[in-house]
Design a protein around this ligand. Structure first.
Ligand SMILES: [Fe+2]
Length: 338
């Protein structure tokens, strides 16, 4: 007699442990009840901030669907688009950041979190091309290897809002070469190029050699590129030089400078340009001047710019004011979701 065959053990599907609401919700027989229920489900979150964000997100999502009277096919298209956006992401490619950028959401989050304060340098979007591996570049030396573009000398000071120099600040800077590519976009990248890490000196001064940045298209071979084509939008960014300045006790500044005259200044695909960040470049023809600053020969372009940092306290105070002006008060919010 053969042995009875083993009955395969089947694990029962296990739920996450939460039960139904103590007070049953009404059945969602119409769209309004459905929305109310969906918002109410989010009210169970223990953390007040989590609760507020998800209830508000649900409210806006439902409102969007209703106001646009979206069709089933359109909603499936949206889901397929978001799926493709996620699938395009790799460790070197962040298509979701790009999506946030072209909707102006990255710039909006930046504007809210880094409000403009008096003489302080305004922020701009970080973008997807910052890397941690920039070389330390001594005062006056070059961040770009020879042949990467037209010579540019970049100089200025790092100051506080009282106009006093900030010595020993760390400055990270990165830019495109004259073909409109960052070093990370080359598959045969040997190491960092057109990027560097510097320190301000005892008088708060910094100086380095670079190349004149050029305007460039953001990657157009993914879902975000398709979206821009769908709405007939160009995918260019005006030429710019990225800067990130840090010093203990000061609010980290992430910004960029945009040379004037670029045709894409007023239509930056990622909304990074602010008036105070548009700078004038000066052409210096003299060979002698060029050699004095370490270039092989003239001409070169001069970019002089001072950066003004907020202290941590000044930044916190400014952020608080924005919160007070923007944030829905609890009573108003309850009215909106009831
Ligand atoms: Fe950039």
């Amino acid at each position: 007699m053969s042995a009875p065959s083993e009955v395969p053990k089947v694990n029962k599907a296990v739920s996450n442990g939460y039960g139904p609401p103590a007070e049953p919700f009404p059945l969602p027989d119409n769209a309004d009840i459905l929305t109310q229920n969906a918002i109410k489900y989010m009210s169970f979150a223990g953390d007040p901030r989590t609760r507020f964000i998800f209830q508000n997100l649900t409210r806006h999502l439902h409102q969007f669907v209703k106001e646009t009277d979206i069709t089933t096919e359109e909603w499936m298209t949206a889901i397929q688009f978001l799926t493709a956006t996620g699938q395009k992401c790799t460790s070197l490619r962040q298509e979701f950041i790009l999506l946030s950028d072209v909707f102006g959401v990255s710039a909006l989050v930046d504007a809210i979190n880094n409000p403009n304060v008096g003489s302080a340098t305004e922020s701009s979007v970080l973008g997807p091309f910052f890397t941690e591996d920039a070389n330390d570049v001594p005062f006056g030396e070059s961040i770009a290897s020879e042949g990467k573009g037209e010579y540019m000398l970049v100089q200025g000071r790092i100051l506080n809002t009282a106009g006093e120099p900030i010595p020993d600040a760390t400055i990270e800077t990165w830019e495109t070469d004259d073909l409109g590519f960052y070093d990370t976009q080359y598959t045969d990248r040997q190491g960092p190029d057109c990027r560097g890490r510097l320190k301000s000196d005892a008088e708060g001064r910094y100086q380095y050699r670079a190349v004149v940045p050029v305007s460039y298209p953001i990657p157009g071979d993914g879902p975000v590129g398709t979206l821009l084509e769908l709405v007939h939008r160009h995918n260019n960014r005006p030429s710019h030089l990225h800067m990130m300045v840090e010093k203990k006790g000061y609010h980290k500044l992430v910004t960029a400078l945009y040379p004037e005259g670029d045709p894409y200044l007023t239509s930056d695909t990622v909304y990074g340009v602010k008036k105070s960040l548009v700078v004038k470049l000066t052409k210096i023809e003299s060979d002698e001047e060029a050699r004095k600053h370490g270039f092989k020969k003239g001409p070169f372009t001069l970019l002089t710019h001072d950066y003004v940092l907020l202290t941590d306290d000044e930044a916190r105070e400014a952020r608080k004011k924005v919160t007070e002006a923007n944030l829905l008060k609890e009573a108003e919010f309850q009215k909106l979701i009831s």
